[in-house]
Design a protein around this ligand. Sequence first.
Ligand code: ATR
Length: 275
Amino acid sequence: MKKLFAVLGDPIAHSMSPAMHNDLFSIYGMDAHYHPFHVKRGSLEEAIKGLKAIGIAGFNITVPHKETIIPLLDEIDPLAKSIGAVNTVVNVNGKLIGYNTDGSGYVKGLIEEFPLINDKNVLIIGAGGAARAIYFTMAEAGVRRVDISNRTVSKAEVIVEECPYAANSNVYGMNEAENILGEYDLIIQTTPKGMAPDSFELPLSLHNLNRDTFVSDIIYNPLETKFLGEAKKKGARIQNGLNMFVFQGALAFEKWTGIFPETSRMKANILTQLG
Ligand code: ATR
């Protein structure tokens, strides 16, 4: 029987996951379908009951449900539990098990182009959900130093305090971080600044950027944010958010099927969707 997979979110109409996963099911010859479902805030519990009743094989969870899904699942992977957010669910014999592949997807996508992260000094800009997932994943992996800079410093402090994995970390406001940018081997931009309608804005100035620093932005639309453009002008190597999106999806696909899929094909699929 055809297996059903899904993504639940609000909004969901523009999700690029269905075409990406359906293409994988087709190339691997699997009788499966991935469908987007528009689920509003108050309807998540009912939606999960329905999906369980019809025997859904697995699903992704996106905004605004990544945190509220947790009490509705049967088991949560320890890293996802500590992050406090789930983006991937697998149905194992009727039990729904939650994982977070956002942080691990980021790191796996990063090391394709910037290997050996453990002895590096890292700065994460922003303290939202994506920053938290990336911070926890890097702390768990034992990266030497992971600092966070954020407009609201207290939010960065909460991430560091709540992380169960010991990490060497300082938190900064944006101006303080601007002054010490040259100390970092890797800078990860996780705020929405740079996405339309903020496309011409920077979360912080790059005047002290060192050309040996690798600069990454988790935004993939546009593919080159102003932040990445400025970093490139300074001679730094850059990476956009396409790899994070593709690798979080690849890790979800692997949890559902046991196959780690061809990420170059997934990237091409997303680039086609972006037009
Ligand atoms: P996520 O989807 O990862 O949860 P988000 O909620 O869209 O991310 O973004 C949250 C982060 O972007 C926060 O760090 C936020 O800063 P505050 O904690 O000070 O609110 C940051 N952010 C959002 N808009 C910003 C802006 N215009 N300038 C600087 N930082 C901004």
